[in-house]
Design a binder for this molecule. Structure first.
Ligand SMILES: C[S@@+](CC[C@H](N)C(=O)[O-])C[C@H]1O[C@@H](n2cnc3c(N)ncnc32)[C@H](O)[C@@H]1O
Length: 257
């Protein structure tokens, strides 16, 4: 039976690969690396470096494939179908990789950024491939350190306040307002800098870009003060590198609700 490992590799800092991940890396025959295009080639390079560092004996194969582009123009009601089509296109690729590049008794691995359980579609895609029934395999998941854990560690703060909830959401959702009953919100996948809409409220921001890498930028403080600085640094970094990955925690003072 073919065996697949979905390995969380942390969000950028090579030291945040777990011992379990290293052990599984060393027992894997084939690594599938999905390239998201030129601008993200840094991330592909990081995966290659990780393999070279942790599997010094070599003996593994790396198979690269191009991840299909997602139609990000689709907004509102069209958002979900666009994601669905993109998932199916990815499932086609994963199915082909597993069928054609992995021998019956071999093990393969997908190296997933951060933790595979958080805003990542690999597990859903593998389930879709299994449901199609064209290829059989078993799979397991190795947790990784997410960008959320890395963010709050770098800012030396917790995610929640005492006995209070915390919610992880997207920039798209935050645009609709703070979630009901929640004053601590972690925001991912926000290309629009949605935090700006809270500049007039008593909200602190803990922001990080390229966390764990040599390009890491961290800013924290009340949004009214930190916001304009983040906007400037973000624009400069995006211009310089051609892409950006940032995450932030918004912490609202409940007294100001
Ligand atoms: C598709 S999600 C994947 C999240 C990943 N599974 C995790 O556990 O962190 C991508 C988003 O994660 C966040 N992200 C991932 N790595 C990051 C990093 N090194 N620094 C800042 N944000 C990061 C950004 O919000 C980015 O838009």
């Amino acid at each position: 039976m073919r065996e697949i490992h979905v390995i969380g590799i942390g969000a950028g800092d090579p030291d945040q690969l777990t011992l379990q991940a290293v052990r599984v890396l060393r027992s894997t025959d084939v690594f599938f690396v999905l390239d998201k295009g030129e601008v993200k080639s840094d991330l592909t390079r990081l995966r290659h470096d990780m393999l070279e560092t942790h599997i010094p004996q070599g003996g593994y194969r790396v198979v690269e494939a191009r991840d299909p582009e997602r139609d990000r123009r689709a907004g509102g009601a069209a958002y979900s179908p666009a994601v669905g089509d993109w998932r199916s296109a990815r499932a086609d690729i994963y199915e082909r990789l597993i069928t054609e590049e992995l021998g019956e008794d071999e093990s393969g691995a997908f190296l997933v950024w951060g933790d595979p359980a958080l805003y990542d579609s690999t597990l859903g895609i593998l389930e879709e491939v299994l449901a199609r029934g064209a290829v059989a395999f078993e799979y397991d998941v190795v947790p990784g350190i997410s960008s959320v854990s890395a963010l709050v560690a770098r800012h030396r703060t917790g995610l929640n306040r005492v006995a209070r909830p915390v919610q992880i959401t997207t920039g798209r959702r935050l645009a609709e307002g703070f979630p009901e009953g929640v004053d601590d919100v972690v925001v991912m996948l926000d290309a629009q800098q949605t935090f700006r809409r809270y500049a007039g409220e008593d909200v602190d921001i803990y922001w990080g870009a390229y966390i764990g890498t040599a390009d890491e930028i961290l800013v924290s403080g009340p949004i009214a003060e930190a916001g304009p600085r983040i906007e400037r640094l973000r624009a400069e970094a995006r211009e310089r590198k051609g892409w950006i990955m940032d995450t932030y925690l918004l912490r609202r003072n409940p007294d100001t609700e």
